[in-house]
Design a protein around this ligand. Structure first.
Ligand code: MUC
Ligand code: MG
Length: 372
């Protein structure tokens, strides 16, 4: 018998970070996740997560709006429908709800988890099969303090947790940021790869100045230096410098990817399940990038373990991730709401085996951290 979607519950869960995480758009002391628990008529539960950064400072969906929009608009479109046809369910959501990519990503994840559990397959298997079960993971240095970032980097190298580092810049002047980054790269030397994420903070002329100095300092990748919609500017920067540009906020989904490629962009795309509206739609962008010879990077919106694992299942199916992944956020949080945390080792993370995502909720922890 066809299983039906019987119910859909959403919870806001707040987990503190291990230290303040400073981005150009916000300083985070806590991460708020929207957790989705979907139940089918066969008694199977699908878990999903929709998460963003810093309330409304990163994008147009906040944790509260994600929850409210799922409860009010998206869940009623799903409840009572067959649970096993993800294509039909996605078409239904897209027909009635514009945008809301993070909410749709949480739902697509829950549907994939339920379908995998039903069929005894992992989410990666549902997506065609994993090509690797251990993915490289970098660490994001964003304490705001140069010495603290250096200490953190050496600790990560010594414990074999991470050997590539992304530095969050853009909240200070270009000169201060360049000094901070160059000082860190100088002490790490060849032991570690260092890249930066400006999160759209620079004008194009500031970017020309900043990137020239960062290239000189040995920085290997420049992420989203200028505002998301300035496609032509990003193409100009990519053509001007040898150090490659990584498009992040500029490339939400496959449509943006096509526009950037048609505009002559070379460099790399940051994939994020939250931007694209789910693991399956994120892989559409990956397919386009591969065809166009654009490099790929497995990105995060700092999801907890459920969202991070959903992304890992998707990234594991890809033939190549030229720039690895940044699926580190569960380590940035002081605690977890799952019974078995992800296994980070050897500068990367192991892909959980499934079925579905391969994750179970720790009910006591969930109750403890869920907003009432
Ligand atoms: C972003 O813009 O890349 C990824 C890592 C991190 O610290 O913030 C995110 C968002
Ligand atoms: Mg970014």
């Amino acid at each position: 018998m066809t299983p039906l979607i019987e119910s859909l519950e959403t919870l806001l869960v707040d987990l503190p970070t291990i230290r303040p995480h400073k981005l150009s758009v916000a300083t985070m002391a806590c991460q708020t996740m929207v957790i989705v628990r979907l139940r089918t008529s066969e008694g199977i539960e699908g878990l999903g997560e929709g998460t963003t950064i810093g309330g409304l400072s990163y994008g147009p969906e906040s944790p509260e709006s994600i929850k409210r929009n799922i409860d009010t608009y998206l869940a009623p479109l799903l409840v009572g429908q067959p649970a096993d046809n993800l294509n039909a369910l996605r078409a239904r959501l897209d027909r009635h709800v514009r945008g809301n990519a993070i909410a749709k990503s949480a739902l697509e994840t829950a549907l994939l988890d339920a379908q995998g559990k039903r069929l005894g397959l992992s989410v990666a298997e549902l997506l065609g099969g994993a090509r690797q079960d251990h993915l490289p993971v970098l660490w994001v240095l964003a304490s705001g303090d140069t010495q603290q970032d250096i200490d953190e980097a050496f600790q990560m190298l010594d414990t074999q947790h991470h050997r590539d580092f992304k530095l969050k810049i853009g909240s200070r002047s270009v000169d201060e940021d360049v000094r901070h980054v160059a000082a860190i790269k100088e002490v790490l030397g060849e032991r570690a790869g260092v890249r930066v994420d400006v999160n759209q903070a620079w004008s194009e002329s500031a970017a020309v100045r900043g990137i020239a100095a960062l290239q000189e300092a040995g920085i290997e990748l420049i992420e989203q230096p200028i505002p998301a919609r300035e496609y032509a500017g990003l193409v100009r920067l990519a053509n001007r410098f040898q150090v490659p540009m990584l498009a992040d906020e500029a490339v939400q989904d496959v449509r943006d990817g096509l526009d950037l490629i048609n505009g002559g962009f070379s460099g790399a795309f940051a994939l994020k399940i939250a931007k694209a509206g789910g693991p399956r739609t994120a892989l559409e962008l990956a397919q386009l990038a591969k065809t166009a010879g654009v490099g790929l990077y497995g990105g995060t919106l700092l999801e907890g373990t459920i969202g991070t694992t959903a992304a890992l299942h998707a990234w594991a199916t890809l033939p190549e991730l030229a720039w690895g992944t940044e699926m580190f956020a569960p380590l940035l949080l002081t605690d977890d709401i799952v019974t078995e945390p992800l296994n980070y080792r050897d500068f990367g993370v192991e892909l959980p085996r499934g079925p579905g995502l391969g994750i179970s909720i720790d009910e006591d922890k969930l109750r403890h951290y869920a907003r009432t």
